[in-house]
Design a protein around this ligand. Sequence first.
Ligand SMILES: [Zn+2]
Length: 140
Amino acid sequence: MNEMDNLTREQRSEIMGRVRNRDTVPERIVRSLVFSMGYRYRLHSKSLPGRPDLVFPGRRKVIMVNGCFWHRHEGCALARVPKSRVEFWLEKLEENRKRDEINAGKLNELGWRLLVVWECEIKKTETLRGKICVFLEEDQ
Ligand SMILES: [Zn+2]
């Protein structure tokens, strides 16, 4: 992400505006994996906090696909903060993290279970498949 350092303020804020962008590549991969497993879902339900990426209404469960950098995946190499403008990044990324936390709390209060799938988990298809299966099948 170090190319971020060379961007103008306008370019950075434009990119920041895309943080909760839809139809990212990781999201599409997760969607097609879940579909291939035989599950059906709704997309980006506006009525739920944080507009979860995949919604399973009958199960009262949602999946969020998070980019490691934008959502500060703890201990993840992809989540490294650029070396310059450290304060700018930390502040912005911390806002995202807090927003995620608040949305997760709201979903929980409403009785929805949440699974976060991180961008870096997508390469390990079998592990991810197992994780999603356990999440969707437990307590059914
Ligand atoms: Zn990660």
